[in-house]
Ligand binder design. Structure first.
Ligand code: NAP
Length: 460
């Protein structure tokens, strides 16, 4: 069996090699999950909850081990990796709590003349085997958003984590095993998306594919998955508006973090920043100073702000987009500096909407600052995107806030915050090129269950 070498993204050393799952290994994993399904679906809710809460507790106890592993295999700065671990403990805790309140409701059948004498209600039933495919940028919490609701609902899962970052998922699965999860309920397969992932998506047995990743792969999955439910959590070129009445003491550090945390490799990372011209100078002076103060380097250092990107190719691609934009008239406000996977935070201005750094998802430590005069124009520029995940707006003016809520075709609008805000129980997901469906534990459970209507005919 071919091997998958998982690298430390800062040092480049191999942390561990894993066997790559081919078609037959994927098939075997799906069959094990199929065999485990009836038992897990029949497991009482309180027992499923206890296992989820037990796994959350074990992750919390082993948090430093998880943090170090995420820092190494994903290159995520320690403080942000620690934040991801804390969030995943919450996600699994929410899943444990939600496992106890999966229910239907009664249906007033006699509201129809044809339904007289009948009593109806519906239940929520698990789907069966769920195939889960996850990206590299949150190797624990985005896995948790599939595994948590999936298990809570009584499904069994076959998970293919990103080939760059599978080790965190393996450690997570160990916590579930220690918490009493029966064999076969959570199966892991490892390997490249084009082969291992493809075999999992095409396998006819699973009832659903839940995918988080890039729009092109999401579109491909939709084509080849066959007759299955599909949830797609895809990318964005997220934007945020800063109005003149914004509290800059809050807005400056928050926008800097939103642009550069995890080296900009966050689906709701701040990429397009619209700042009113009357405050642009003051805002930019503080923004640039705060950006220059960011510590770039080894993610295992407790004070590191920006670690390496996931691969040399990703960093080189980001640099080429930046240089292309500069060639087309954009002006860099920071030094353009790259050493292998390390790309220092880049602030551009004088960008145009058709430049790649603006209209495509950058997924890099890179933000463009655009000045505007009229709020309506800023809103139109922010809304002008094929993506629709989240957007932000700093203002104290409720009228403008509601204007933005109405105008933006996105999954979430963050008022007095940036596009990056997320807590794990809120409905989360995008419209148009940003995806199909919603996660956020309760909402993912809805997408991972079938409604089963029961109707009693009480007539003689
Ligand atoms: P990606 O390249 O689309 O990969 C995501 C996952 O899909 C990986 O496990 C990948 O495998 C797998 N994959 C690739 N090709 C496949 C295929 N043909 N069939 C089945 N699976 C396949 O995305 P990424 O670079 O890891 O992550 C970045 C993207 O994810 C960005 O667009 C970002 O915005 C998006 N994202 C969205 C959300 C959200 O919640 N909306 C959250 C985080 C990230 P390998 O990588 O192992 O080859």
């Amino acid at each position: 069996m071919a091997a998958l070498d998982v690298l430390d993204k800062f040092t480049g050393e191999i942390i561990r090699s894993l066997p790559i799952a081919g078609e037959s290994e994927v098939d075997a994993a799906v069959r094990r999950a199929q065999r485990a399904f009836p038992g897990w679906a029949a497991t009482p809710a309180h027992r499923r909850a206890a296992i989820l809460l037990g796994a959350a507790e074990r992750i919390q106890t082993r948090r430093d081990e998880f943090t170090a592993l995420i820092a190494r295999e994903a290159g995520k700065a320690w403080k942000h990796a620690a934040g991801e671990v804390a969030r995943s403990v919450e996600t699994f805790t929410f899943a444990g709590e939600e496992a106890k309140r999966i229910h239907g409701e009664t249906v007033p059948m006699d509201a129809s003349a044809f339904g007289e004498g009948r009593v109806g209600f519906y239940l929520r039933a698990p789907l069966g085997v769920v195939s889960a495919i996850t990206p590299f940028n949150f190797p624990l919490n985005l896995v948790a958003h599939k595994v948590g609701p999936g298990l809570a609902a009584g499904n069994t899962l076959v998970l293919k984590p990103a080939e760059e970052t599978p080790l965190t998922a393996i450690l997570m699965a160990e916590c579930f095993r220690d918490a009493g999860l029966p064999d076969g309920v959570l199966e892991l397969v490892h390997g490249p998306g084009e082969t291992t992932g493809d075999a999992l998506v095409r396998h006819p047995a699973p009832a659903k594919v839940t995918f988080t990743g890039s729009p092109p792969v999401g579109a491909h999955i939709l084509k080849v998955a066959g007759l299955k439910r599909v949830t797609l959590e895809l990318g964005n070129n997220s934007g945020t508006i800063v109005e003149p009445d914004a509290n800059l003491e809050q807005a400056v550090p928050r926008t800097v973090m939103s642009a550069f945390a995890n080296a900009g490799q966050v689906c709701i990372s701040l990429q397009r920043l619209y700042v009113h011209e009357t405050i642009a100078e003051a805002f930019l002076a503080q923004f640039i100073a705060a950006t220059r103060a960011l510590k770039v380097g080894n993610p295992l250092d407790r004070d590191c702000d920006v670690g390496p990107m996931i691969s040399d190719e990703a960093a080189a691609r980001a640099e080429s987009w930046i240089r292309e934009a500069i060639g087309e008239g954009a002006r860099p406000l920071t030094e353009i500096k790259r050493e292998g996977r390390l790309l220092w935070p880049v602030v551009l201005t004088d960008t145009r909407p058709d430049m790649k750094v603006m209209c495509r998802e950058a997924f890099a430590p890179l933000v463009s600052v655009v000045r505007y005069e009229r709020f309506e124009d800023a809103l139109a520029m922010l809304a002008d995107s094929p993506y629709g995940l989240q957007a932000g707006l700093y203002t104290r003016d409720l009228y403008k806030a509601f204007k933005a809520v109405a105008a933006l075709d996105v999954g979430g609008v963050m008022v007095n915050d940036t596009s990056i805000f997320r807590v794990d129980q809120m409905p989360y997901g995008g419209n148009r090129m940003s995806g199909i469906g919603r996660e956020g534990v309760r909402f993912a459970i809805e997408e991972m269950t079938n409604l089963k209507l029961v109707c009693f005919n009480l007539g003689d």
